[in-house]
Design a protein around this ligand. Structure first.
Ligand code: PMP
Length: 346
């Protein structure tokens, strides 16, 4: 357990921590052979749950911390403070722990037990606030994070929605991996959008690579969006897929999200998202989270309509084990009006 390891940090040679940092990225790209059967094209998923902290956000956290260390914004041993509801906090807690920065995560009092345990295991200080507090309230998570940052000398806030090191993690890491793993054959890239770092960094890299190496070729970037999100032009409302979509009353486009890279959006109903989560487990043996179900559902639609032999790559940001009380809980599904298709094995 990392918490125990931390207590004995002085006895642990540096190389051991470095080897965990080196395990961020280089995740597998696997073919969904059963779900793609009969579609005429193969869907592949990039399994980001294989990162040491369990999600794609390990890449973002490492990239932002390294960039801030290089620019001098983050001094050795200085504290990292971020308000976040989920994987970014866990990524920062892990990376901060391994790079010698204390981490303070300001999060909602509704955080799941599993995520809270992960934050504590990596030695983060967790400050619980009322996640629904409006921006003008003193209880608002961003306001609390700003106060804590001001109180701790040298403290730094990564601000993942504005930080160019977020999409750079994908331009420099995830994108080149997908290109290499697909042998340069990828034709469609599909991802959900939270900050937009994933879709922007991968989209830019893969489009540039196709333009350079497949004259006249095209790579289509597809944004998978849940119901309730305004990114795809829908009415803002409740979003039942963690980590993605935008339900603010006025759509706010994060600085790191380059919309011009998205060729089209697909809005996927919740029933289809959660049915896909269950099909991934039943047919492929992959226990993945709801935003993975969203991206794969969109990718299956793309593969069905694409020219024969297309190579569709979808991002799977994290594992299903984080969502046992939701995606894999019939009571939660029923309470939220989600109906799984009959062949999803429920
Ligand atoms: N899925 C999950 C589970 C996430 O936590 C996030 C990050 N908020 C995303 C998808 C979207 O990634 P990005 O912020 O790079 O758009």
């Amino acid at each position: 357990m990392v918490g125990r390891h931390r207590a004995h940090a002085a006895e642990v040679p540096d190389g051991l921590d470095e080897s965990v940092l080196a395990r961020v990225g280089n995740t597998p790209l696997v073919a969904l052979e059963t779900l793609s059967r009969g579609l005429g094209s193969m869907v592949h998923v990039k399994l980001e749950s294989e990162n040491p902290g369990g999600s794609i956000k390990d890449r973002t956290a490492l990239s932002m911390v390294r960039a801030a260390e290089r620019s001098g914004e983050l001094r050795p041993g200085a504290t990292i403070v971020e308000s976040t509801s989920g994987n970014t906090g866990i990524g920062l807690a892990l990376i901060g722990h391994l790079t010698g920065h204390p981490v303070v995560v300001v999060t909602g009092d509704t955080i799941s037990e599993g995520k809270l345990a992960a934050l504590h295991n990596y030695g983060a200080r967790v400050v619980l606030t009322d996640w629904s507090a409006p921006s003008e309230s003193l209880e608002n998570a961003r306001a609390v994070a700003a106060r804590i940052t001001a109180e701790i000398p040298g403290a730094w806030r990564p601000m993942q929605f504005d930080n160019p090191a977020n999409p750079a993690a994908h331009y420099e890491g995830t994108g080149p991996e997908i290109w290499r793993q697909s042998g340069g054959t990828v034709t469609h890239f599909v991802a959900g959008i939270g900050t937009g770092g994933t879709i922007s960094g991968n989209g830019r890299y893969l489009k540039e690579r196709v333009a350079a190496e497949r004259p006249g070729g095209h790579l289509e970037v597809v944004g998978a969006d849940p119901y309730g999100s305004a990114y795809s032009g829908g009415h803002p409302g409740e979003i039942l897929v963690d980590g993605v979509g935008n339900s603010w009353p006025e759509v706010q486009w994060p600085k790191v999200f380059d919309r011009a890279l998205v060729d089209r959006f697909l809005r996927i109903p919740n029933d289809e998202v959660y049915t896909t989560v269950h099909l991934l487990l039943d047919k492929e043996g992959l226990a993945l989270g709801p935003s993975s179900g969203l991206a794969v559902a969109a990718a299956l639609r793309v593969a069905r309509a694409a020219p024969h032999g297309s190579v569709v790559v979808a991002i799977a940001p994290d594992a299903g084990t984080n969502y046992l009380s939701k995606a894999f809980n019939p009571v939660w599904l029923a309470e939220n009006g989600i109906r799984l298709a009959a062949d999803a094995g429920e």
